[in-house]
Design a protein around this ligand. Sequence first.
Ligand SMILES: O=C(O)CCC(=O)C(=O)O
Length: 269
Amino acid sequence: MRQLEPFTELLNSGTDWHYKKMRLMARTPLPRRNYGPDWEASDRHLDAFGDTVNAIVRRIEAEGYSGTFILPDAQLRAIRADLDGVSFVNRHDRSDQRLFDLDRLDADGTGTGTIYSNFEMHSRSPALQALIASAIEPVARAYLGACCKFLNSQVWITFPGTATARNKDFGWHYDVDDFKFLKLFCYLNDVDAATGPHAILPASHRSRHMYRFFNRQLDDRSARQFGEPCVITGPAGSCFFEDTIIYHKGTAPTERPRIILQVQFGVAM
Ligand SMILES: O=C(O)CCC(=O)C(=O)O
């Protein structure tokens, strides 16, 4: 029973007590109150996102996500260039490691419905390091407060194919990655309805109902109680901050592969 997940996780002998406590408590709004936002943090204007830190944080607070920014072309090109020669691993079994020509993924014909990830971009891309330092971290620090800490980065490619909405990669869920956390997503290719856009259920992060506590994953029918989904499409370089405590999902691409970058900050539970 999926609803019992908060309690079955407590029985998992493979994780320590502190992690189990976090997984249980972070489903409730209580611990989040201890971390940010820090409104004193900054009214600084961020060139990469064309807005001030505080305005972005205010929107994340209210909407669960920041709305979309388009990264300046030079920064997008620099990040894409740093991906040259990077290998990706099949996220499901980690067995299959591959290089891709990111400009010719359609021609590659690889991996029906498969997701390939790279988990090291933050350590090997100077362009990403610069973006993190100049624009992503200031927003994360303002949103999460003094305990803010970089957690990870990931670039993944989702291929169209046999993937269906029943596949758990593509179902509605919220994340429980820390007591409070924030992600920056950035599309590295053009994403339309057929490229597997990211989607959220607006305002679902604000629900105080016990239903949320017990239902970290939702099927499409249950998701309807949260209203119309917001589907995020946009050209390469489209970025958005999201507190993925909101219900969200990546939809399954039907025609073209999607390349997406994620940078995650937390409070270092
Ligand atoms: O691929 C996506 O757009 C969704 C990613 C996701 O579900 C997550 O980061 O938890």
